[in-house]
Design a protein around this ligand. Structure first.
Ligand SMILES: [Zn+2]
Length: 313
C-alpha cells in the first residue's frame, strides 16, 4: 500500500530513509563510495542544478557521483545520507559552504551546472527531486547552526549518517529539529477566514498560521492562533495535510476549523486585516479572477492547497 498523494510541494519524498541502516558506519561508507550512488551538492543553502535536458525545459536537480567530491570529503565537509531509491541506489547530500568560492565556478563541478535557490526552483524542477532537496536543505541547515553542544558548549560531531550530533565531552545526543507550524482556514458555512499581513502584495490574503508551542496540541494551537490574531472562536479542528517546509526546518500542519460565529477582530500586529471570503469568490480567485479584491497564494504554498480543498472538496 502506498500513501495517498499529498498535494503539497516538498511532500511525497520517494526515498526510503532506511533509518535502521544509519547506525552501520561501514554500510554507509560503502554506499558513499559506490559507483551507482548519488550526491546532491549544496552551497550556502542553494541546491546544485543541471541545465534543462531539452531546450526550453526546466533545470534538473544535480545529483552527481560521490567520487567527484573526494577533496571535500577529505576536508571534512558535512555529508548527509538521504535514503535509497526504488533501484536500491543511495542518495547523499554534501554541504560545500566551506568553499571560499562558488564551487560551481571551479573544481570538479565546473561546467556542469550552477547553484540555485530551492524556493525559486521548486515548482519547475521534478517534484520528487524537490522533496529530496528539501530534506537535504533542512538537515544541512540544522548541522550548520548546531555545531556546539547545547548542554556543555563543546563542539559536537556528526553521527548516524547525519541524523544525530554527539557531544564527545558530556555524551549528550542531539537530533535534527522540526518546528511544527499550524496553518488553518476557519470556516463558517460557505465562507472561509483569510487574513493579510502588511508585507503581503496588495490584495493577497492567506490562511492564518503560527508555531505550535511546547505542551500544546495541534487543535489547541489552531484555536489559540485564530483567537489571538482574529478573535475568532472555533469549536472543532480537522487535520487536512502537512507540508515539509525547509525555511529553515518547519512542518506546516494544514487544518480547517469550524467557527462559532463570523465575529472577528484583527490584532493589528500579525494581521492588518482579516475577512470572510465566500466559496464563490475563492473559486474565482483560484481561477485568477480578482474582481472580489482577493488574491490567494500560489500553488507552492500549503495555504493555496487548503483553499483549493475548501473550494473543490
Ligand atoms: Zn556536551
Amino acid at each position: 500500500m502506498a500513501l495517498p498523494q499529498n498535494p503539497n510541494i516538498f511532500a511525497n519524498n520517494p526515498l526510503d530513509r532506511v533509518s535502521h541502516k544509519r547506525t552501520d558506519a561501514d554500510w554507509l561508507a560503502g554506499r558513499l563510495l559506490h559507483k551507482d550512488s548519488f550526491m546532491l551538492p549544496m552551497y550556502k543553502e542553494n541546491i546544485f542544478t543541471l541545465p534543462p535536458a531539452k531546450p526550453g525545459g526546466a533545470p534538473e536537480v544535480g545529483f552527481m557521483r560521490p567520487n567527484m567530491f573526494a577533496d571535500a570529503l577529505a576536508g571534512g565537509a558535512t555529508v548527509l545520507f538521504l535514503g535509497l531509491d526504488k533501484k536500491d541506489r543511495a542518495y547523499f547530500a554534501i554541504d560545500l559552504t566551506g568553499s571560499d568560492t562558488d564551487p560551481s565556478k571551479s573544481g570538479p563541478l565546473k561546467g556542469f551546472g550552477e547553484f540555485g535557490d530551492l524556493r525559486g526552483l521548486a515548482m519547475s524542477i521534478d517534484a520528487h527531486d524537490a522533496s529530496i532537496a528539501a530534506q537535504a536543505k533542512a538537515v544541512l541547515k540544522w548541522h550548520s547552526t548546531h555545531k556546539f553542544c547545547s548542554t556543555c558548549g563543546a563542539p559536537s560531531v556528526i553521527a548516524e549518517g547525519g541524523y544525530r550530533r554527539d557531544c564527545p565531552q558530556c555524551k549528550t545526543q542531539h537530533f535534527p529539529r522540526t518546528d511544527p507550524v499550524v496553518i488553518m482556514l476557519a470556516t463558517l458555512g460557505d465562507k472561509a477566514l483569510l487574513g493579510r499581513q502588511k508585507i503581503f502584495p496588495k490584495g493577497m490574503y492567506s490562511a492564518l498560521a503560527g508555531f505550535v508551542e511546547p505542551g500544546e496540541s495541534i487543535e489547541e494551537a489552531v484555536a489559540r492562533e485564530l483567537f489571538e490574531e482574529a478573535a475568532c472562536r472555533v469549536s472543532s479542528v480537522t487535520y487536512r495535510f502537512t507540508q515539509p517546509w525547509p525555511y529553515p526546518m518547519s512542518l506546516m500542519i494544514g487544518c480547517t476549523a469550524v467557527a462559532d460565529s463570523d465575529a472577528i477582530q484583527v490584532d493589528g500586529i500579525e494581521l492588518e486585516e482579516a475577512r470572510w471570503v465566500s466559496r464563490a469568490d475563492l473559486k474565482a480567485a483560484m481561477e485568477g479572477n480578482t474582481s472580489a479584491g482577493v488574491m490567494i497564494p500560489p500553488p507552492f504554498a500549503i495555504a493555496h492547497q487548503l483553499v483549493r480543498q475548501f473550494v473543490y472538496g
